[in-house]
Write a protein that binds this ligand. Sequence first.
Ligand SMILES: NC(=O)c1ccc[n+]([C@@H]2O[C@H](COP(=O)([O-])OP(=O)(O)OC[C@H]3O[C@@H](n4cnc5c(N)ncnc54)[C@H](OP(=O)(O)O)[C@@H]3O)[C@@H](O)[C@H]2O)c1
Length: 230
Amino acid sequence: MDRPFVTINVAATADGKIDTFEKRGAAISSARDKERVDRLRAEADAVMVGGHTLHDEDPTLTVKSESLRAERLAHGLSANPAKVSVSSRLHLTPDADFLNVGAARVFLFTTSQTDEAQLTMLRSCGAQIFIQEGGRVNLISMLETLKKRDIHRLMVEGGATLNFELMRLGLVDELTIYLAPLIFGGETAPTIAAGSGLVRSDAIPLKLVESQAWDDGGVLLRYRFEKRSK
Ligand SMILES: NC(=O)c1ccc[n+]([C@@H]2O[C@H](COP(=O)([O-])OP(=O)(O)OC[C@H]3O[C@@H](n4cnc5c(N)ncnc54)[C@H](OP(=O)(O)O)[C@@H]3O)[C@@H](O)[C@H]2O)c1
């Protein structure tokens, strides 16, 4: 299949949590990590989040550094990468930051469960919407669609369900984890990958290609995905 190069980036605690049990988008990244993430965004053609992160946290997904935005413009790119999300039933409000903060193309993938009034509102805000039949969005055809729209490098910023589904389907090339020196605990606190899970024999193998211990106490890990034997 012809798809973008896909990088998942997460900030996790030492116990693998990407949020607390409160699920309010707890801050995990250090100042240095925020700068690294901003650069990753600036290098991407599009930044994506899953439907829960979209609706619950309303992220802007913009490049925060003015100089990185200027660099993009100097290269003939838009100031911000495109914004992408996926939800079987979209229910954004017209004043959502995701739609309004930072000029960027917006691509939304959904199903016929999203109602007409919502689709009309989103289109009037300039979003491009792709509606698939069935209960869930097919992530393979989603990536093919993005590639056809000149998205060659896609950065995925969670959450746990989207991360897992993309990895389970073999659609991810790289995983970057900033491991913060924190413990959140909590059985219901989201981890790096959720979804239905895998039995041991189906575990997704990774190859560690970079590790750095930072002065802020965090560790940066970069993995490539190994070819699976079955
Ligand atoms: N620390 C970090 O780096 C970081 C980054 C981002 C998010 N987070 C945290 O992650 C948590 C949210 O994670 P989450 O697992 O609840 O949600 P998520 O991954 O953000 O969104 C998952 C949702 O995406 C939609 N979706 C539609 N089609 C899909 C498909 N084919 N495959 C997968 N998802 C599909 C579904 O919503 P529908 O039911 O609408 O179809 C699904 O429930 C929050 O607590 C947030 O703070 C942490």
